[in-house]
Write a protein that binds this ligand. Sequence first.
Ligand SMILES: Nc1ncnc2c1ncn2[C@@H]1O[C@H](COP(=O)(O)OP(=O)(O)O)[C@@H](O)[C@H]1O
Ligand SMILES: [Mg+2]
Length: 250
Amino acid sequence: MSEYFEAVAARAVDLTKVYGEGENVVHALAGVTIDFRAGEFTAIMGPSGSGKSTLMHCLAGLDAATGGSVQVGGTELTSLSDKQMTELRRDRIGFVFQAFNLVPTLTALENITLPLDIAGRKPDEQWMNAVIDRLGLRQRLDHRPTELSGGQQQRVACARALVGRPEIVFGDEPTGNLDSRSGAEVLSILRAAVDDYRQTVVIVTHDPRAASYADRVVFLADGRIVDEMRGPTAELVAEKLIHLDELVAR
Ligand SMILES: Nc1ncnc2c1ncn2[C@@H]1O[C@H](COP(=O)(O)OP(=O)(O)O)[C@@H](O)[C@H]1O
Ligand SMILES: [Mg+2]
């Protein structure tokens, strides 16, 4: 039994999230139960407004659910104090969110190592160098965010999320603002983190090609999980999305 629980990096059970009230009530999550296995790369897809970001924020402890439970590595998030939650996010979770800005006064390298510096941990030099090189950031380490393109900033955010090798990395459309080449670099480093270091990765994406890097694709519609695919290809995912849109349009 313990082996089973160890193998689950994150879990949501009957997760609900309600925004607003009365006529304005929105059931952003209407009872989501899902496991994310350790060492697996999952992509979450679904129409706009289907609850993808809400699910991601609840899983990552950035937002509190209305009901249900979230566990990260066996820790129940709802039982944590604010301080414990902050520490869990800092020590055990990596984020690549579009809204997660870099610190403007710090260089790229300082941004990358910031979470480790705060936690008083030393980076694994070999892994840090691999991440920096694979993301093409070697020549940019002394630059501040304003001296970097959007794609480069996103790659710095990606390096920052990966460098401490957290138990799980969450990305909300991590390639959304990137050209296809930068996007492919980000996805291949996430893939390598999973394959070579048993990292667990969960991303939200609209792009079937991005989803094809994952081991598993989970489809959300109207705050519910409606389907799942293993070993996705871009073609199969694109086809599924068309059916999903038809389902929601009805
Ligand atoms: N802060 C909020 N206040 C009210 N409604 C919200 C808020 N955030 C999200 N929603 C609503 O919840 C639903 C799910 O949103 P979201 O999780 O952002 O979807 P997605 O990421 O799939 O586009 C949408 O109907 C959205 O309008
Ligand atoms: Mg979203």
